[in-house]
Design a protein around this ligand. Structure first.
Ligand SMILES: NC(=O)c1ccc[n+]([C@@H]2O[C@H](COP(=O)([O-])OP(=O)(O)OC[C@H]3O[C@@H](n4cnc5c(N)ncnc54)[C@H](OP(=O)(O)O)[C@@H]3O)[C@@H](O)[C@H]2O)c1
Length: 341
């Protein structure tokens, strides 16, 4: 339990202390950023949609408060007394009543307006890497509304910094954990079509992402800038799966199958699971590479980015608990609070 006096400072009642609010704080990146900032003894307030299931595992120093990015009033309350906001709210599926337009565009519109109303100026916003050809094309609603949200941030007049990332890996990720689980559980691992198999990613470590987000909070020279944040090497998805297979020693056959049966499976998974690791909406992005040169970002932050092939130890412990977490959306199935680390 957090002592009430300390909790009051965390909630921003002490004007001498700064408070960082993370919207999407219960997610993969949000949990790790919250833990890192709390470790630096920064007061952290996480906006979470349903705090009930998460509270027991959040680390000391992190206060949770209910907020939904689609609900302006909940954001104004969340930002009260804060000094900075980090926006990590996202979703990878459109499920009634939550669409990409709602979460990314209307949500970011609410967030900017609520920051103004609460008198908070500093905003760190995270988007995705893709070429303009795709993210300006409404036929790809995930990328389109992500980009429109970033446009809103850049036009907000706030002290913003934007990071655009490729696939993020690390303990608690979705895609590589799903690949590892499939390799462990299935005799043959299917990839949905040639487009998906040959889509290129530049995986970036979640520790490197958290490091840059945390550094930028203190670095005013990052204000008004947009940084690409990708890993040092590009891989086709099928090669990533082969790297994981070699690392785990599972020696499975990885085969490219027609997309439609996988699509049916993903649709069923999306209906049954609270946090499905892969969705049909992500499959719709097959063939769209997520790569770019991030050397200027490495230089600015003094970052020596981790290479995915050297950083896969966390996949050894992937197992039934991860499946349960996708199924029930709870982090409590995981060993202790380790997913926050
Ligand atoms: N992970 C990757 O590979 C990757 C790749 C490229 C870019 N990114 C970007 O990195 C950022 C963080 O991603 P992540 O991997 O941490 O995502 P994540 O694990 O899916 O977490 C998303 C967070 O957003 C919250 N959220 C969803 N809908 C919300 C709403 N209506 N109101 C408030 N919160 C809401 C979720 O809350 P609930 O727990 O209630 O669902 C969760 O805390 C995102 O901007 C994402 O686009 C990630």
């Amino acid at each position: 339990m957090i002592p009430s006096a300390y909790a009051a400072t965390l909630l921003g009642d002490d004007p001498g202390l700064r408070t960082i609010v993370i919207v999407g704080g219960s997610g993969f990146v949000g949990r790790k950023l919250a833990t890192e900032l709390a470790r630096r003894t920064e007061p952290v307030r996480c906006g979470v949609r349903s705090p009930k299931g998460q509270t027991k595992v959040s680390p000391e120093g992190v206060v949770e408060q209910q907020a939904d990015i689609r609900d302006y009033n909940s954001l104004v309350a969340l930002f009260r007394g804060a000094t900075s906001v980090v926006n990590l709210a996202t979703t990878t599926r459109q499920i009634n009543p939550q669409t990409f337009h709602d979460t990314f565009f209307r949500g970011t519109h609410n967030l900017v307006a609520a920051m103004r109303a609460a008198g908070v100026r500093r905003l760190i916003h995270v988007g995705v890497v893709a070429t303009d050809r795709y993210r300006r094309d409404p036929r790809f609603p995930y990328l389109y509304w992500k980009q429109r949200a970033t446009d809103l941030v850049c036009a907000s007049g706030l002290d913003y910094t934007v990071f655009e990332t490729s696939l993020i890996f690390g303990r608690g990720d979705q895609l590589l954990t799903a690949v590892a689980l499939a390799l462990k559980a299935l005799p043959v691992v299917p990839i949905a079509g040639h487009l998906a198999a040959h889509t290129r990613f530049q995986p970036v470590s979640v520790q490197d992402v958290v490091y840059c987000l945390a550094q930028s909070l203190d670095d005013r020279t990052t204000i008004g800038r947009c940084y690409s944040l990708t890993g040092p090497e590009a891989y086709e998805f099928i090669d990533l799966a082969r790297i994981v297979d070699a690392f785990l020693g599972t020696k499975r056959r990885i085969v490219i199958v027609p997309p439609w049966p996988v699509r049916l499976l993903l649709r069923a998974g999306s209906a049954l699971m609270r946090r499905p690791p892969i969705t049909t909406e992500m499959l719709d992005l097959a063939g769209i590479d997520s790569c770019c040169d991030s050397r200027l970002t490495y230089e600015h932050f003094g970052l020596y980015p981790r290479c995915v092939a050297d950083s896969l130890d966390y996949l050894r412990s992937v197992g039934a608990q991860d499946f349960r977490a996708w199924m029930w959306g709870s982090l409590r199935g995981q060993a202790g609070s380790s997913l926050w680390e």
